[in-house]
Design a protein around this ligand. Structure first.
Ligand code: GDP
Ligand code: MG
Length: 736
């Protein structure tokens, strides 16, 4: 099968093109660095099927970042039949810098001028024919977003792949011309493949090349000695870069005709950024936007209009839809959807349990309580997960998330956190696994380790049901009218982020000290989110969640049901006797561990359910709610709420329970992703210990301060001592 590679700058639309050509739904994000590893798919509309590889975004082929190494090695070693160099045509000159490097490799190259829709909207024009002549490469105008020109691009690339092509350099007009030529001849004499590319890289004294071609380095050194031109202080790398840019400006730039020449145009994006990335207001605006999202997802008192409604106001009273749309206030879209799904699952459970009325008690018990109680408890939260995820995707696709990294970088850089590390952290709101893999883009090993450790604190989709379920009980217990679920979930998310930032700061000051790499990120232009893209993302998320519900979570709930309904002597127990079950016995053993967190031995009859839920959550975080849901039905309570209230748990302990699940060891999948990203076993073991320690510290603090407010002074004193000690150590090491 033919193999084509897609190469281009970050955010040039590679993944959008890849998805358009292969029909896949890989993650498209409006920020650089989303595609960390390469990804493969098949294009079928040419005479032969073509395997397409989406390479990570790169600015050059130097070996400075992991992405560059992956892309460079792929093109050099795997020898694709054609490289499609995709370019953001709204930034033509800067994007062509990479093209001048790819051109040097002996591989057919086709230039795809992407985002032509945006170029035309500006009223600019690019003379593709002329550019084609000057580059000596086929040039095709496309819009990956609108799906325009894609088949034409592929048929031209297909034709190009059938013709051999030799590398060509644009350095012919520089002082390095002769050196490059001599090196090329020497290398091809040695039978080196891609001699032009290697010659240029050698002239730059690129680290990898110097190791590979030791004898040729002598030629460079000799040239350096004899060469008197030291415009760049003899820095050949700078000389090469300068040569490329000069060539681009002289020969390629004239093919671009700008409508508003010489005028510095303030785009709407620039105007929006004046406010959204404002020095002082940027951060509060971010918090506000985040709150708005939580309000729309969780609030049962939309826009706080509850006061306008009469006492006891309920929508559609007396019908099956009673309260779905509002009760005491208006329900947010998230809550309304959840209520609708709840109606559906209740109807299904009701139907099935009436069918099983006459079967053996263990059969109806297993199916109704165990399976349906557990799986439906989780599925019931799917609407809210999707609504929240939809908002996050809109933020991401519009380009705002990239700004958040920028704002956070500005605020937290002095504490040792860099903006680059925030991108994987923000990704953690979706799922920790891809977020941890994304940390590969971090060049500094220590920063990477610190980032992986705190990613789970950015509460993922699977943890959301825990927050919502517990928030419900807090509202009941506190007799709070009409909701506040949005305020509770929002605060807990912020707490997770705060814990993450404090932990990274502490690590960067102690065990994970290191340089903070400069954060250079181009802010992508804002654009309206793509509906197709959003639907694809939501569909993926829903599919993944449902699949998990009917596999891992189903299996776990069945096991939990069995061990909670049989005693050590293997007799079937009904709901009154469940406290004698195997499960209750075992959970009771670990229950004391959680006493300092508020949900341990101090709880009455069913206190063991918390210990159990926390443990099953290690398999998948959805299990926490699935287990509780299944047990609640089994024990004859009206939902998780009823079970919680029966244990006599307090509000601080409920908050502590959320915090514990948010910060403790994440699910299996995330743990193995973390392990995979860590070079040595010792670091991984420390990481596990770190998660356990953080969860106990944070949750116990919440419980203690929430229960006995004056204990906050003790915590403050301890925190102050820790700060002083760290600062002292810091000063000592600087002196040493
Ligand atoms: P990658 O980083 O190169 O993989 O780029 P993505 O495919 O993730 O796209 C980056 C951003 O550019 C996304 O927000 C896309 O919606 C947007 N984009 C991609 N292609 C086009 C296009 O042809 N026109 C416009 N206006 N935007 C595009
Ligand atoms: Mg991509």
């Amino acid at each position: 099968m033919l193999k084509f590679a897609l190469a281009g700058n970050p955010n040039s639309g590679k993944t959008t093109l890849f998805n358009g050509l292969t029909g896949s739904t890989a993650h498209v994000g409006n920020w650089p660095g989303v595609t960390v590893d390469k990804r493969e798919g098949v294009y079928k509309k040419c005479d032969e099927p073509i395997a397409l590889v989406d390479l990570p975004g790169i600015y050059s082929l130097s070996p400075y970042t992991q992405e560059e190494v992956i892309a460079r090695n792929y093109i050099l070693d795997e020898k694709p039949d054609c490289v499609i160099n995709i370019i953001d045509a709204t930034n033509l000159e800067r994007n062509l810098y990479l093209t001048t490097q790819i051109m040097e490799i002996d591989v057919p190259v086709v230039l795809a001028l992407n985002m032509m829709d945006a170029v035309e909207k500006r009223g600019d024009n690019i003379d593709a024919k002329e550019l084609e002549n000057r580059l000596g490469l086929p040039v095709v105008k496309i819009s990956a977003l609108k799906g325009e020109g894609l088949d034409k691009l592929m048929s031209i690339a297909y034709a190009a792949s059938k013709v051999k092509r030799e590398g060509k350099t644009v350095l012919e007009e520089t002082a390095l011309k002769h050196l490059v030529k001599d090196l090329t001849i020497a290398l091809s004499g040695q039978g080196v493949e891609n001699p032009v590319f290697h010659a240029v890289k050698l002239a730059e004294l690129d680290d990898l090349e110097v190791l590979m071609h030791k004898d040729a380095v002598k030629m460079v050194d000799a040239f350096k000695k004899s060469n008197l031109d030291d415009t760049f202080g003899g820095d050949f790398e700078a000389l090469v870069a300068d040569g490329r840019y000069k060539y681009i400006t002289k020969y390629f730039s004239p093919t671009l005709k700008r409508k508003n020449k010489d005028k510095f145009i303030v785009t709407p994006s620039d105007k929006a950024d004046k406010i959204l990335t404002h020095k002082i207001w940027g951060f509060p605006i971010f918090l506000l936007i985040l709150f708005a999202i939580f309000h729309l997802t969780f609030s049962e008192n939309l826009l706080f209009l509850g006061a306008l409604f009469p006492e006891g106001y309920v929508t559609l009273q007396g019908t099956a839809f009673e309260g779905v749309f509002g009760e005491g206030g208006i329900n947010s879209p998230g809550v309304t959807l959840m209520n609708l799904v709840g109606l559906l699952t209740d109807t299904i459970s009701g139907g099935i349990s009436s069918l099983l009325e006459n079967s053996a008690p263990w059969v109806s018990g297993l199916i109704c309580d165990g399976i349906l109680g557990g799986v439906f408890a989780v599925l019931g939260f799917l609407p809210q997960i999707l609504v929240l995820f939809l908002f996050f995707s809109i933020l991401e696709d519009s380009g705002y998330m990239a700004r958040i990294a920028f704002i956070l970088d500005r605020a937290l850089r002095k504490f040792g956190l860099s903006g680059r590390a925030f991108l994987p952290m923000i990704m953690g709101f979706g799922c920790s696994v891809p977020a941890m893999i994304n940390t590969r883009t971090l060049a500094d090993e220590k920063e990477k380790l610190a980032t992986i450790r705190v990613i789970p604190f950015f509460s993922c989709g699977a943890k959301l049901p825990i927050l919502t379920a517990v928030a419900g009980t807090i509202i009941t217990k506190g007799s709070l009218t009409a909701g506040y679920a949005d305020v509770i979930t929002y605060s807990m998310y912020l707490l997770g982020m705060l814990t993450a930032f404090v932990s990274v700061i502490l690590m960067r000051k102690t065990t994970q000290k290191g340089e903070i790499p400069p954060f250079i990120m181009e802010l992508p232009a804002y654009h309206a989110p793509q509906i197709r893209n959003l639907i694809a993302l939501l569909w993926e998320k829903a599919k993944h969640f449902i699949e998990k519900a009917f596999t891992i979570i189903l299996a776990s709930t069945i096991i939990v049901w069995v061990v909670s309904h049989f005693s050590f002597t293997w007799t079937f127990l009904d709901e009154e006797q469940m406290s004698n079950s195997i499960l209750a016995g075992l959970s009771g053993l670990i229950q004391p561990i959680f006493t300092p967190l508020g949900f341990g031995s101090q709880l009455a009859d069913y206190g063991w359910v918390f210990a159990l839920a926390a443990i099953t959550g290690l398999i998948a975080k959805e299990n926490v709610v699935a287990t509780l849901g299944s047990l609640a039905v089994g024990l004859g309570f009206a939902g998780i709420d009823g079970l919680f209230l029966a244990t006599g748990i307090t509000i601080p302990a409920l908050l502590s329970f959320i915090a514990f699940n948010m910060t403790t060891i994440p699910c299996f999948a995330a743990v193995s992703a973390a392990k995979g990203e860590m070079s040595d076993k010792k670091k991984f073991n420390w990481t596990l210990l770190f998660w356990i320690a953080v969860s106990f510290i944070v949750s116990s603090a919440i419980y203690f301060i929430g229960t006995w407010w004056w204990t906050c002074f003790i915590y403050l004193v301890v925190a102050a001592i820790v700060c002083v000690v760290i600062n002292l150590i810091d000063k000592k090491t600087i002196k040493a």
